[in-house]
Ligand binder design. Structure first.
Ligand code: ZN
Length: 426
């Protein structure tokens, strides 16, 4: 039985009409527009033979019970950034609903395994700065104490915003109960980058989410008068920082999928008549391989010391944030490639630079994989975010094929599935 991919695209347009204004999507988590999107979604599942509820962290679960309790989970997020695009997150939710509907019809409401859909709460962290809120709670990686103090731009506390949506801060850890019987997790998402478009491919299988090393790097030199200080005796902190800003391109360039970004440079005193005495910079480094990431970090440190010495400066590093790379499940990646090849003729494996809820699910030891569909111009988190309609339809068809393959895979080795991933996913 074929999935109705056109109906999924139509529903995406309907959601856009309901929740976007002239600046783009406004489905920011814990706001009225987000609640409106979720109420609309609740309407969409009417008539299906499913159970649905919100868990303790505000994630919505829709469950189609099967002959086996082993559950295939399909996910996405309805929340968006302010002025966001029409596909980020909600493509995953609405394509998943299409797949669940197809499976329900094919098996007359009783598939061989249980199929669940999850709409994660607050993937973006746009309002309170806490990304992957709901999936982290599900995985047991939430931090109530750190989250308690968070406020939005208007001073509203996260705790209050949650309560308005029926979520109690103290209880969010209970969302871990939803892990019960979880055997596999699939997520379709737009790529949000230019890789697939440059290759001329509509779809790709995602190998994992990259690890991140994020540091503040400060170079210390000496403030001096720009007129009276000869070039040879200057201790110019910006000169040292500038050398590093260029060098990180070579450091990243040694590895196929690495990226390094110096996103912020501040100079002090920062006036036109003074040599820079202090230069504060930030460095963000990402790769899917923990060894590569560690090597890039070590090399950037060594180079910064060298450049500081060359400019008679000193340098100090402090870590802002770090997350390990999260590889997806090798057998599910292979199934995903098969589904892509059968749908679009050719597949490509690529890592994800952005983090996704699937990373939290994989960290919980549940076999997971993501499917990417091409983003036009690689643009996302912007109202011009777009994907060709025929590519969206192919993406829905590929997710549907992947779901079928994953259900068969779960039935082959139901007891081994979980243990195989516990080692592989970490
Ligand atoms: Zn997203």
């Amino acid at each position: 039985m074929p999935i109705d991919a056109k109906a999924v695209v139509t529903s995406l347009k309907e959601l856009r009409a309901l929740t976007a204004d002239e600046h783009g999507a406004q489905r920011v988590a814990w706001t009225d527009t987000w609640l409106k999107a979720r109420a609309w979604f609740a309407d969409q599942i009417k008539g299906l033979p499913v159970e649905h509820h919100l868990d303790a962290a505000g994630n919505r679960w829709v469950t189609l019970p099967g002959a086996s309790e082993q559950a295939l989970i399909l996910g996405g997020h309805l929340d968006s950034v302010p002025n966001g695009g029409w596909l980020d997150g909600c493509l995953g939710v609405l394509a998943s609903l299409g797949v669940l509907r197809r499976i329900s019809e094919e098996y007359h409401g009783r598939p061989p395994v249980t199929v669940r859909l999850v709409d994660w709460a607050d993937e973006e962290g746009a309002r309170f700065g806490r990304s992957l809120f709901g999936s982290a709670a599900f995985a047991g990686n939430h931090t109530i104490e750190a989250d308690r103090g968070r406020t939005d731009r208007d001073g509203v506390r996260l705790e209050e915003a949650l309560r308005r949506c029926g979520v109690q801060m103290e209880a969010i850890g209970d969302a871990q109960q939803e892990q019960k019987h979880a055997a596999a997790y699939l997520e379709l998402h737009i790529e949000q980058g230019p890789v697939l478009e440059n290759l001329g491919l509509p779809l790709g299988a995602v190998t994992g989410t990259k690890g991140v090393e994020r540091h503040a790097i400060t170079f210390h030199g000496e403030e001096a008068h720009s007129g009276s200080t000869p070039m040879a005796v200057r201790r110019d902190a910006l000169a040292a920082a500038a050398k590093l800003a260029l060098e990180i391109r070579a450091i990243a360039g040694k590895h196929a999928d690495s990226v390094c970004t110096m996103g912020s440079v501040k100079t002090f005193p920062g006036i036109v008549t003074a040599v820079v005495g202090r230069c504060e910079t930030t460095l963000d480094q990402r790769d899917l391989d923990a060894g590569v990431l560690a090597a890039m970090y070590a090399e950037a440190q060594a180079r910064s010391q060298q450049f500081a010495a060359e400019e008679r400066c000193t340098v100090e590093w402090s870590r802002i944030w770090k997350i390990e790379p999260v590889p997806f499940h090798p057998e599910l990646i292979a199934l995903c490639e098969e589904a892509v090849r059968e749908t679009a003729g050719k597949s490509h494996r690529l890592p994800s630079g952005p983090l996704h809820d699937a990373a939290e699910v994989a960290r919980a030891g549940i076999p997971a994989v993501m499917l990417f569909v091409q983003s036009l111009r690689g643009i996302s988190h912007n109202k011009i975010e777009d994907t060709r309609e025929e590519h969206l339809e192919q993406a829905v068809a590929a997710l549907d094929r992947l779901a079928t393959k994953t259900m068969a895979w779960m039935q082959q080795a139901p007891q081994q599935v979980r243990s195989a991933s516990a080692g592989g996913a970490r």
